[in-house]
Write a protein that binds this ligand. Structure first.
Ligand code: NDP
Length: 477
């Protein structure tokens, strides 16, 4: 047997360490390295007996320890550190070697890096990895982009460490260059939307029905036995049921209500604007976190009056059912929007992404894992991946069946002064896309009035302009 390692990992903070352990536990001979040696030593001391590790003290030693073509995973802080590591590694690599960036890179950076390394004959694989530290250790969802040749070399290893659902590993070749990191970005955007919708549901149950966190935890546990069954609903019940040991108060009541973000949600929305892909659920979720993190604004606005009368909910059980339907319908919209963005990105950047395959690899390992993804996969199987999710009969039926409840929930939330930006924007999107006529016609009139931007007519071909300030005659532009 070769004394070389068949894969290397540099960057041994929580993610890299757990990924290296996962690789070693699954029979890979793993060379490990970290900028500061302590993390390498800690990995070997604590977990060295879990598998076949080779500790190395420098990138040079790491590279020399790998069999060819070298397979080397970079798991360092995203951004400049990734470039610094690539720059140091590149002179040591040979044609055909494969560098995998498994951090949370911006897909545009991945495209740039892939092109630069391809010029040097080195494969660069931007791989989205989801599932947090537990996922990295026990089986993440992996979204690799890059050349098909590089994927072929990596595939058996990636399949061995990925999460597995019904015998199918949660990994697929997403597409070339930045496709993997793009899909990971949208995954995180959807995650933002899903979390926001769940948080709004909690807020409604608490503020409209007056339920306590423990009771709401029970409600989410019940939701989790039905079609909403998912990791996020499961952990929501756990968090809501948790009691703070210092104060004996519900944990959720002692946590500062300012949600943080690392940037992938914001990137998703920025890119959606570029692609003109309306991910309104994700955008509201990102902005809701932004507002929560602005204490001065909130302090200044805190005296603004709320509703003068509170709505009375006569039938609390029916309201809980309504909320469950509103949550499910909003979730369908948020995911449909996210998948539409992937489709738009796939066309713009020429990736030819298989949307059904993406739903398949999100069924396990990642934060948004849920039974729901099976329904999305089935929908794309039927529509050959091109039509949006709202074209699917099952989702159409679910939305139709939920819509009265959805409207009641938004109406009650509005009357009660409880903000539901995610739920209400999803309903607005539903009503927008299903409308026979949109007020966009009026906007076209306004644009033509002040800027001679022209318009098209419903009854004639061609482009027209009205002489608004002269005699209001119309002519073809
Ligand atoms: P961090 O993002 O906290 O990064 C710390 C690691 O980066 C350490 O190994 C550190 O080395 C190394 N590093 C930082 N700067 C440099 C540099 N200039 N040169 C070389 N090494 C450097 O670690 P995480 O494990 O949390 O995340 C790793 C990657 O995985 C990130 O891209 C992150 O976004 C992504 N990710 C994280 C998830 C999570 O749940 N934490 C989930 C999914 C992806 P040293 O010890 O020497 O300082």
């Amino acid at each position: 047997m070769s004394d070389k390692a068949n894969i290397g990992v540099t960057g041994l903070a929580v993610m890299g360490r757990n990924l290296a352990r996962n690789l070693a536990r699954n029979g890979q001979r793993v060379a490990v390295h970290n900028r500061h040696r302590e993390r390498t030593d800690e990995l070997i001391n604590r977990f060295g007996n879990e598998g076949n590790f080779l500790a190395t003290g420098s990138l040079r030693e790491l590279v020399d320890t790998l069999e060819r073509p070298r397979r080397l995973v970079i798991m360092v802080k995203a951004g400049d550190p990734t470039d610094a590591v690539i720059d140091e590694l590149l002179p040591m690599l040979d044609t055909g070697d494969i560098l995998v960036d498994a951090g949370n890179a911006n897909f545009a950076d991945t495209r740039r890096r892939e092109a630069a390394l391809a010029d040097r004959g080195v494969h660069f694989v931007g791989a989205g990895v989801s599932g947090g530290e537990e996922g990295a250790l026990h089986g993440p969802s992996i979204m690799p982009g890059g050349s098909p040749e590089a994927y072929r070399e990596l595939e058996p290893i990636l399949r061995s460490i990925a999460a597995n659902v019904d015998g199918t590993p949660c990994v697929t070749h997403v597409g070339t260059d930045g496709a993997g990191h793009f899909v990971k970005m949208v995954h995180n955007g959807i995650e933002y939307a899903d979390m926001q919708l769940i948080a709004e549901t909690y807020d409604l149950l608490r503020r409209v029905l007056g339920l306590g966190p423990g009771e709401i935890a029970e409600t989410f546990r019940r939701f989790n036995t039905g079609r909403l069954n998912s990791y996020l609903i499961e952990i929501t019940a756990e968090v809501l049921g948790h009691v703070d040991s210092r104060t004996s108060l519900p944990f959720v009541d002692v946590v500062l209500d300012q949600a943080e973000q690392k940037g992938t949600g914001r990137w998703t929305v920025q890119n959606a604007l570029e692609l003109a892909s309306p991910v309104t659920g994700i955008a509201e979720a990102v902005f809701a976190r932004s507002i929560s993190g602005q204490p001065r604004l909130r302090e200044e606005a805190s005296g603004l009056p709320g509703p003068s009368t509170e709505p009375v909910v006569d039938d609390p059980e029916r309201f809980v059912d309504d909320v469950e339907r509103a949550l499910y319908a909003s979730k369908i919209i948020a995911y449909a929007q996210g998948f539409d963005q992937i489709q738009a990105g796939s066309e713009t950047y020429e990736w030819d992404i298989d949307l059904g395959a993406i739903a398949t690899i999100w069924r396990g390992g990642c934060i948004i894992r849920a039974e729901f993804l099976d329904r999305i996969r089935a929908a794309y199987d039927q529509t050959s991946g091109r039509a949006g999710l709202l074209a699917d009969d099952d989702f159409r039926e679910a939305l139709g069946e939920a819509q009265d409840s959805w409207r009641r929930v938004v109406a009650i939330a509005t009357a009660a002064g409880v903000p539901v930006p995610g739920i209400s924007t999803s309903l607005a999107y539903y009503d927008t896309v299903r409308a026979q006529r949109l007020p966009a016609a009026l906007i076209q009139g306004q644009r033509d009035y002040f800027g001679a931007h022209t318009y098209r007519r419903t009854d004639l071909d061609g482009v027209f302009h009205t002489e608004w300030s002269v005699d209001r005659s119309e002519h073809e532009a």
